[in-house]
Design a protein around this ligand. Sequence first.
Ligand code: ATP
Length: 236
Amino acid sequence: MLLEIKDLVVRYGRIDALHGISIEVNEGEIVALIGANGAGKTTTMRAISGIRPAAQGSIQFAGEDITKLRADLRVRRGICQSPEGRGVFPGMTVLENLDMGAYTRKDKSGVAADLDRVFGLFPRLAERRKQVAGTMSGGEQQMVAVGRALMARPKLLLLDEPSMGLAPMVIQQIFDIIVEINRQGTTVLLVEQNAQQALSRAHRAYVLETGLITKTGTGQELLHDPSIKDAYLGVA
Ligand code: ATP
């Protein structure tokens, strides 16, 4: 098991945003976390990357207890987040943004190889490597954010709402790329409001409702679960 979250409680002041959730991610998986607005998805990601402290419970990564480990040290252990709302450096070029992703690394040839890999996954970024990121379209900025996270060569890639604000065709492309990234060996935990896409691409998924895990299963099981259909998949 790569990531094991046990009975995690996260608070904002006196309010519990997560009431004791347990999530497991095995090496090689794509795991999706779905839920409505305010369910606690982003909070879960922040707790894993170390931006928000755990009030209770534990987080194990690759056999190590990281519950109290600093965020930057978690990046060094191989946990890397592509944040919600993209979070690219708008004044920097595509190439500069990608370089920032590799700032903890000293293996220059490995970094160069990963840059080639990112450009292979996102040919659009290769074409536009000198463009200032803030002038790119929403989908392109999402590609920069995912590419930047990959430049850290993560063991676990955390993706917060990769489809947010994107047109259906671009969403398909982003998910195709997520599947390809996974196929190349990166474990992925993704948070999504687009349950249809997330469940159809994920090996396993968890449903989060107001700070509690209410359901878990394979992506396909949840995709065909009537209660999930009603609550998250809308009327087709
Ligand atoms: P969305 O899909 O809308 O982004 P989410 O599932 O990611 O929602 P979170 O952002 O994790 O939800 O929020 C979970 C709960 O914690 C919400 O009730 C939210 O209002 C609260 N919360 C989040 N951030 C803070 C904060 N900085 N201070 C106080 N409460 C917060």
